[in-house]
Write a protein that binds this ligand. Sequence first.
Ligand SMILES: Cc1cc2nc3c(=O)[nH]c(=O)nc-3n(C[C@H](O)[C@H](O)[C@H](O)COP(=O)(O)O)c2cc1C
Length: 324
Amino acid sequence: MTITTSVTTMLGIKHPLVQGGMMWVGRPELVAAISNAGGLGMLTALIWPTAEDLREQIAHTRALTDKPFGVNLTLLPVGRAPDYPALRKVIVESGIRIVETAGHSPHEHIADLKAHGVTVIHKCTSVRHALSAQKMGADIVTIDGFECAGHPGEDDVGGIVLIPAAVDALSIPVLGCGGFADGRGLAAALALGAQGITMGTRFCATVEAPIHDAVKQVILSNDERDTRLILRGFKNTARVAYTSVSAKVVELSARPDVDFEMLRPYVAGEHGRRALETGDITQGLVWASQAQGLIHDVPTCADLIARMMAQAEAVMRGNAGLIG
Ligand SMILES: Cc1cc2nc3c(=O)[nH]c(=O)nc-3n(C[C@H](O)[C@H](O)[C@H](O)COP(=O)(O)O)c2cc1C
């Protein structure tokens, strides 16, 4: 039994499993491993400093897989904007057929990508934004529940409600996202009306994830309580793993005299990159979700995806009681 959904058909993939864009992590090796295993890997555009670097990384990924993969274009609300038109041009010129957009004001990006025949998956955290994305022409919406790593938005609605609410409101397919880590979760998302799931944290704890093994061990030893919400006061909430750095950011944020500039040394992306690369998690923030409570090993992407599909299929055949 394979699980065919409108999303597997639209994206030309075997399994309804998508990797969400991940800063510093969504590199060719991981993307190709996920796509080769029948899911959809997502090369993460903002990892590289220029659009031409992205062009090289797309070519590199193509050398590692002949299966479909996508590119994540994260739309940053603050700071110096990347050269988005140049990035879109490279994406289109390189023949990328699938883009995951995420973040603020996606209109011009969705319009431009759609005009070039790209299938756009827009990731957002509320039904309101999902409806806007649908109106803008997005083909698929990924709805990211409060459990998720990264930016859960400001509404604090978990996936168990948010996914069916989005399915009810939209006429385009929905991918569930946030807190998923195994086949039970996939089956649950499908039962809620989603056409598949998108995962981040689970893919960080795989053999092919290009991060230090010590960080993978942090994900394994943390449980579902071990995340912190940071930057709430700036209406730019992010969920990260509980570490000494995230504890410090939460503590500083509670002080009335602390502004964003004072937090920058802790939250700036370069620090997170160092933590992921060196394994020294005192260097910066590690983004991870409540799914940490469901992650107990570091399999290859192929083993993880095969296991998830077998488990989801067993649940859907009515054998849920046999799943430990
Ligand atoms: C290390 C890490 C980095 C991430 N970076 C980004 C990013 O740059 N852009 C983005 O749209 N989402 C980013 N995300 C969010 C994921 O794409 C996805 O929405 C989220 O991880 C889903 O929740 P989960 O971790 O419970 O699966 C990141 C997640 C992780 C774990």
